[in-house]
Structure formats: structure tokens, C-alpha cells
Write a protein that binds this ligand. Structure first.
Ligand SMILES: Nc1ncnc2c1ncn2[C@@H]1O[C@H](COP(=O)(O)OP(=O)(O)O)[C@@H](O)[C@H]1O
Ligand SMILES: [Mg+2]
Length: 153
């Protein structure tokens, strides 16, 4: 990422003037090579999560660049009906760049079974369907040391 910025507009109060902005991320430059890990440390509210979201393009950076595997991610947005949306390329990249939430309840819907949860992304990206999908879920559970009987829980 190069000079990455995310500024959030705030509602201006009665006495209008220019609405103040929260500079949640304000000019971050860094790079991570394959196999490397980058730790980001800072007090609560300093912008760590916002930076992560901007790197993944879960929110559109105000300025700056994020390059992944030679692709300029910030160029992969399209404007549709006046709003920025992900291009198909960016959507496809979701298989290779994603967030792992600290709190599992933020990513795992407790009303879904283990099988539904594991199958969902495979369905979304047309990796498998029907019996092949069922089999794939079973294999994945085995691979991480979970009893396939947990599927229905
Ligand atoms: N969607 C948003 N709209 C407005 N302000 C936001 C939004 N998301 C985060 N912020 C603000 O940006 C700053 C950084 O937040 P955050 O990235 O969550 O910090 P951290 O993860 O380091 O605790 C905070 O002041 C937060 O209130
Ligand atoms: Mg955070």
C-alpha cells in the first residue's frame, strides 16, 4: 500500500462551515512479501481495522494505492448508478484476500449449521455444488481435524 488514506466525513453541526473529517487512516505506506506477516499495533480507535478494510477494498480508500499480485486494487471499482461497487475482478480476488475476524460470531452465523457455513463460499464462487459440494465440505472438516459428524450441528 502506498500513501493509503481513509477519511470519514462527519455531520457538521448547526454552524456550518466545512464538515470536519475523521482522518482514520492518513498516509500509510507499507509492503508485505509472500509468507511475511505484518503486525499493526496501536490504541483503540487509531485506525487499524479501517486500514485493514481499505487494504481489502471492503471500503473504498479516499486516496492512495493498494497493489496485490501486480494488480492495482483501487482501480477495480466501478461506478454504478452513482455508487462505487466492486468489479468482477475484485469479487474474484475475494477468494485470495480476506478478513479473519477476532470474534467468530462476527463471521459465523449461529443459526447456520457447520455444513452451511463451510459450503457458503464454495457455492458463492461456484467451486462445487450438489454431491461434490457435500463431499468437499466433509474433506475440509477432516483436513482441519473436525469430525465430519459435526456437519449438522
Ligand atoms: N464507518 C465509519 N464512519 C465514521 N467513522 C468511522 C467509521 N469507521 C471507523 N471510524 C472512525 O475511525 C477511527 C478509527 O477506527 P478503527 O479503524 O475502528 O480503529 P481501531 O481498529 O484501531 O480500533 C475511529 O475514530 C472511528 O470512530
Ligand atoms: Mg479494530
Amino acid at each position: 500500500m502506498h500513501d493509503l488514506r481513509v477519511h470519514f466525513p462527519t455531520r457538521s453541526a448547526l454552524f456550518a462551515g466545512p464538515a470536519p473529517v475523521v482522518r482514520a487512516v492518513d498516509g500509510v505506506t507499507s509492503s508485505v512479501a509472500r509468507g511475511e506477516t505484518l503486525g499493526v499495533v496501536g490504541e483503540s480507535g487509531c485506525g487499524k481495522s479501517t486500514m485493514g478494510r481499505a487494504v481489502l477494498q471492503l471500503l473504498r480508500p479516499t486516496a492512495g494505492f493498494v497493489r496485490f499480485d501486480g494488480l492495482e486494487l483501487t482501480d477495480l471499482w466501478r461506478k454504478r448508478f452513482g455508487r462505487y461497487v466492486w468489479s468482477e475482478t475484485l469479487r474474484e480476488l475475494r477468494q485470495r484476500m480476506q478478513m479473519i475476524f477476532q470474534d467468530p460470531y462476527a463471521s459465523l452465523n449461529p443459526r447456520m449449521t457447520v455444513e452451511q457455513l463451510v459450503a457458503e463460499p464454495l457455492r458463492t464462487f461456484d467451486v462445487a455444488s450438489g454431491e461434490a459440494l457435500h463431499k468437499r465440505v466433509e474433506q475440509l472438516l477432516e483436513r482441519v481435524g473436525m469430525d465430519p459428524r459435526y456437519r449438522k450441528r
